[in-house]
Design a protein around this ligand. Sequence first.
Ligand code: NIG
Ligand code: FE
Length: 418
Amino acid sequence: MRTIYLNAGRMAHFGSTGSVLDEQTYGPGKAIIVKNGLIEAIKSSEEVVSEWGLSTVRNNGFNKDVSVFDLEGQSIVPGLIDGHTHLIWAGDRSREVSWRREGKTYAEIASMGGGIQYTVRETRDATDDALVKLGYQRLRGALRSGTTHLEAKSGYGLDTASELRLLRLAEQLNGIDHLPTIDPTWMGAHDVPSGATATDYVESLLSEQLPAVVDQGIARSADVFCEPGWFTVEQSEDVLKASRNANLDLRMHVDEFVDGGGGDLAAALGVTTADHAYHTSMETRLRMDSAGVNAGFLPGTPYAMGDEWPDMDAIVEHDLRFTLASDFNPNCRTMSLPFMASLMVQRCGMHPLVALAAITVNAAKTTPHPSGASHGTIVEGGVANFNIVDGPNWEAVTLSPSDTPFSGTVLNGQYIAH
Ligand code: NIG
Ligand code: FE
């Protein structure tokens, strides 16, 4: 059984290197043929209509082997990929908005009993059912904004049993029909649990938590919050090297508040992605790039923290490979990648194609699809994950910061209306 999506409008996607120079904007009028959740072929609609004997574009001529969906000239972009989320947590920290506007810093709020520790307590107290329900609602919201796949970190457990539980719940949500697929990351090194010293906690991460996570077999990657006041460069290096020895892929949170050497460690270890990278010097970013490290920019963080925007012009001028992701967390409660792209395009002067590459083909390189097939681009043999823009032009993706810019999403070949 095939589904033929006929009469696409402008289609924007990228070659496999992800460089904007590889832009391939198909002219209007293409048809996408989907079989078994994969894109079988992309051809002109006229050719497909005659090849399949479709009597009209709206009618499959009563051919049982094919169903037809008329896109009526709506524009198409790949399924969006969110390479950095903290998906599962409970509780409400919105009171921190007032504290921030009253002048408190992130570290001060943490020392007042807010921040990550607050969410850890609320999350540990929540039932499995409550956390799964929250995860489910968030994933539905993400899909409505066009996200077809996302990375999801644990990290609000901070003890072995709680971290294993968060990974188990992520796995429970993975692969549910009509939800984005999930790439699970262990982030036991998100913070030091209250009552422990950093040295003791790192020791327990290495001797107990990491082996248990590996044994559980759910996490594909490990992540560390490498930042003065959280995990030092040396502690981060120990956790990351042990994780690499255990065959986990490596991700990092670096230089969110200061240039604390996290970016340098990311380059030295050649991790897959170093995220935030907000205060990282350009010299270090260039070194990261030569070491094959993706820079994961998270526009929702400066947005929610009220910080300056990063100098994205310099990053684009240096042709650094980078992604944009939501960093969905208790401080930044949106999973909308169109919103992230809007912020970059409308506030930082980024070209929409550059923003689109950062939430599709570039993100795919840091978080592969569970099937192993390519995603984040619209190619024959790739996963049939694409978004149908509600209009003829894909640039609308960067002009819809509130509601979804999409009339529907095709997820693993299945059409879902929004
Ligand atoms: O990526 N920086 C560390 N982790 C999250 C925020 C966590 C929190 O404040 O709960 C982030 O921004
Ligand atoms: Fe984060």
